[in-house]
Design a protein around this ligand. Sequence first.
Ligand SMILES: [Zn+2]
Length: 277
Amino acid sequence: MKCFPLSEGTYTVDQSKNFIPFNSEIDSVKDRPGSLLVEICPFLIISDEGLIIIDPGLGLKNAEGEFQIIKNLSRLGYNSTDINFVLLSHLHKDHIGGVAYEENGEMKPMFPNAEYVYQEEEMNEALSVREETNRGDHLLSKKISRSFDENKLLFLKNRKEKIELKGNTKLLPRFVSSRTEIYCEVSGGHTKNHQVFWIDLGNEKYFYGGDVLPQGSQLIRKFAAKYDYDGKESGALRIQYGKKCAEENYACLFFHSSINPISKVKYEDGIFELIPY
Ligand SMILES: [Zn+2]
């Protein structure tokens, strides 16, 4: 296999959009009213054009004081400087927290040799939320939305080694001899310019649906999320993507699911089935 989950663990999140670590052995969701339980699972892809991280997560340190994502990489025999690309589905803070970290008041890249890839319009939108939210006229706010981390957004914006995509883009291959194909497709749904990734490594195919398809269970049970920019659109998209994965043999990568974060999809008689991969 050329794809590895880099789980950051389980958290609860409430209206404040703060992610609090959750240990199922000692913590109870009942003690955190109004909270949603979420898992955070970035991915590593090993391609013939280099190492790729998809959505580096919260970027939090573990109890030993190490960044969990770096610890996960080291278990696989890699370190932060080995990463060539960081793909970002959208710019919510639970997906881009791990792009950088603060040290002595300065932002440092978590993956110093990587090009960071995101949709330009997603950035414009995220920064413009500062004046008014995109939820019509009932939630006007002068501050940046709590779903975003301003320091991380500005770090990305100011980084030289970045690729700002303008809509659907074939990111790879770059080399004629490469067997890697990565297609970045703007999906919308979760955020206006959210993107998904179709990754073909030559003999393994992966689909990353970001927060449009964050958990396999969302293929099994119909579900419209309140936190989506367009919940109905997201619901329709995930069915469409699920069917394509089944037909074309893509394994799905689920960012918000640490249990079976990589699954193959079967679709028969209108019913989806997930096969852990
Ligand atoms: Zn999100």
